[in-house]
Design a binder for this molecule. Structure first.
Ligand SMILES: [Fe+2]
Ligand SMILES: [Fe+2]
Length: 433
């Protein structure tokens, strides 16, 4: 016990340094260019499936065998192993979640359902025909997490961890209430996963650090896509979303402390708790800062443009069931396009803005075209050209309407998301459209 107090004291003395590393990791991994790329990769998955990059986020090469206990810094190796173990148990039941998400989101946001899993009929068909469980990018990325964690633990503790206490997923149905709850629950999990890998990365060097960053960036990608889906379905609601996530997160925390291996030791180290709170707040801050800049136009294209990937060969439902499904899909889309789940005031403003942009589409195009270069050169967020264009937009709209300014600034961000660093590196740039 005394030894544990000493190690906590040592960790407390290192706290400023650890917090600085946490800050640096979050700053780097939540930069606008990265989040733009993640959001657009959702579009890419549905429309350019031949690009492997869209099927699973590429990992930085790491040598697992080079990982040693000395790579853990600022905390005891057993404590790092405990954190990794809790994460591994969270990651273990992924095949079940793919079913929850595939079925849960099938009407709420079908493209997201497809990205994350299979619905009931598809899952049954897959099981009957021994087909791969899920080809979605989310599955491909999640699938590699628990095994990676188990192998890291083995490297640190010199023996493989027990894998007999996985977290139990909840059953989810496709009805509105359950699907919305599932949306909150997934965001909470991705938030927690990103933040806890940030802390682990801050306590690691060398190959261990790089490997944890791989996991962490996968989770940030998921958090980014899920939060964008939240913004699309429910409108801009930073504080209400935050409250929903915190409530859900605290509920999970209490039940995990009771039911999980290492539960007694879980959350008792006050210094790790401070690091945890800091990481959660920083990730939320930078995510929110980015999300605010994504225009509804981009979200609509990303989540609504009919998917180009072929339908899975599921058994054909009875005509009556098929009619029900089609009806539910149509209603779902209507509800989304009419922004029916948004707060009334937000909805009114967004619809007004959309009407404005539709009625003045010609003028808006002309304004953009009047620049000899259009938005070209402003692809990178934070570039000099972007700053110039922002200044120019503010100038030309100084006397005009605020709606035109919002529209042009939105179009600039839309252009950046579509021409993100992955798209540019592969030479398939798109025009401002
Ligand atoms: Fe994961
Ligand atoms: Fe994830």
């Amino acid at each position: 016990m005394a030894e544990r107090r000493w190690s906590e004291l040592r960790q407390a003395l290192q706290l400023p340094k650890t917090l600085l590393s946490i800050y640096k990791i979050v700053r780097e991994d939540f930069e606008t260019a990265a989040l733009d790329e993640y959001l657009w990769s959702f579009w890419g998955f549905h429309h350019e499936p031949h690009d492997l990059h869209y099927r699973a986020r590429p990992w930085q090469k790491v040598q697992l065998r080079a990982i040693e206990p000395q790579d853990v810094v600022g905390i005891e190796v057993w404590e790092m192993a405990l954190m990794l173990n809790i994460a591994m148990e969270d990651e273990e039941p992924i095949p079940e979640y793919t079913h929850q998400s595939g079925e849960g989101f099938r009407f709420l946001l079908p493209k997201l359902g497809r990205y994350m899993g299979k619905n009931d009929e598809q899952a049954r068909f897959g099981a009957d025909h021994d087909l791969e469980w899920c080809e979605g990018a989310w599955c491909a990325e999640e699938r590699r997490h628990s095994n990676t964690l188990a192998r890291i633990i083995e490297r640190l503790m010199k023996m493989p961890p027990k894998r007999d206490n996985p977290n139990k997923p909840m059953a989810v149905t496709a009805d509105e209430g359950a699907a919305l709850q599932h949306l909150i629950s997934r965001q909470t999990s991705e938030w927690k996963a990103s933040s806890s890998y940030v802390i682990m990365a801050a306590h690691a060097t060398g190959h261990l650090h790089n490997l944890i960053r791989n996991l962490e960036r996968d989770e940030i990608k998921h958090l980014c896509i899920m939060s964008a889906a939240d913004a699309y379905l429910l409108g801009p609601r930073p504080w209400r979303r935050f409250l929903d996530l915190v409530k859900k997160g605290l509920g999970n925390y209490t039940s995990q402390k009771k039911s999980r291996s290492g539960g007694d030791a879980f959350g008792t180290n006050p210094v790790t708790a401070i690091e945890g709170i800091a990481a959660h707040l920083l990730t939320e801050f930078w995510l929110r800062k980015w999300l605010r800049t994504i225009p509804l136009r981009t979200l609509t294209i990303v989540f609504e443009m009919p998917s180009g990937i072929p339908e899975l060969p599921a058994f054909a439902p009875a005509p009556q069931r098929q009619a029900q499904i089609d009806e539910a899909l149509k209603n779902g889309q209507n509800k989304r396009l009419k922004l029916d789940r948004w707060e009334p005031e937000q909805k009114r403003r967004a619809l007004e803005q959309r009407r404005f942009e539709e009625s003045y589409a010609g003028v808006i195009e002309e304004t953009i075209e009047s620049q000899p270069e259009g938005f070209n050169g402003a692809e990178s967020p934070g570039s000099q050209r972007e700053n110039e264009l922002r200044k120019l937009i503010r100038q030309v709209t100084r006397t005009g309407t605020k709606k035109l300014r919002i529209c042009l600034l939105g179009r600039l961000r839309d252009f950046q998301v579509r021409n993100n660093r992955h798209v540019l590196a592969h030479g398939s740039r798109t025009r401002a459209q």
